[in-house]
Design a protein around this ligand. Structure first.
Ligand code: 6GU
Length: 236
């Protein structure tokens, strides 16, 4: 998979060379390039923002550098047009399903906005170059798209076949089956007077599997009832 990131703070992404995704890049499973949006400016101050038409607080990202950058990156897209993702608190919410969908694409471009946002015409223009998605991490506000992009690249990157060594570990995680993950324990069997649940020491794999499923349901009911299908309405 090819991923290009456009940002005015490219060094945010230095951490993506670590760990699993670093290895995926070293082995050629992931071709990740982070580019400074200011490469596509031509004035002395490498300006990327300007005041908003209609007035209001803050600055808006100018369309011209975005247009040139997207043209260049999309022109070198292979078979299929790129999927162009703009992290935005005003976007659709990013979930494991979104990560699964995006992990099947050949070429992703992340456009990281800053300030009060990007000139709206950039989104319309980008739609002519590929599929555009505005995507939010959740209902809170970050200073820009960089941290959100890192989270999304990590969620997507680990779903690329071969990136996670044991593919079975992908199956048993929170959200893969719509439930939260079951609790895990390791040695010692008693630690500071707290014992590991007996069932896990029983060696009975069927009983362990059903206990784990119950734990998943119980935790999901308690912590994330919004993930469960609506309960039967109670008789009255
Ligand atoms: Cl994707 N961007 C910004 N700036 N803030 C956010 C977000 C994205 N998701 C949640 N908050």
């Amino acid at each position: 998979m090819r991923i290009d990131v456009l940002s005015i703070f490219p060094s945010y992404f230095d951490g993506l060379t670590l760990s699993l995704l670093g290895k995926a890049q070293a082995t050629g499973l992931l071709d990740l390039k982070v580019r400074d949006l200011r490469e596509w400016t031509s004035d002395r101050h490498r300006t990327v923002d300007d005041t908003p038409y209609g007035g209001g607080a803050g600055m808006v990202m100018k369309p011209e550098p975005w247009g040139l950058a997207l043209d260049e990156l999309a022109a070198t897209s292979s078979d299929e047009p790129p999927t162009i993702i703009f992290p935005s608190p005003a976007g659709e919410v990013f979930t494991q399903k979104t990560a699964r969908q995006l992990s099947t694409r050949q070429h992703l471009i992340f456009g990281c906005g800053r300030y009060e946002g990007i000139d709206e015409r950039v989104f319309e223009y980008a739609a002519a170059l590929g599929e555009v998605r505005l995507v939010s991490l959740g209902d809170y506000v970050l200073n820009g798209g960089e941290v959100a992009t890192m989270a999304m690249i990590e969620a997507i990157g680990r779903l690329i076949p071969g990136v996670v060594g044991n593919p079975e570990s992908l199956v048993e995680e929170s959200h893969e089956d719509g439930l939260l993950e079951y609790p895990s324990y390791t040695k010692p069997s008693v630690w500071r007077e707290r014992a590991v649940p007996d069932v896990l020491l029983s060696g009975n794999h069927a009983v362990i599997a059903s206990w784990r499923h119950e734990q998943q349901l119980e935790r999901t009911r308690r912590r994330r009832p919004d993930l469960l299908p609506d309960e039967e309405p109670t008789e009255r």
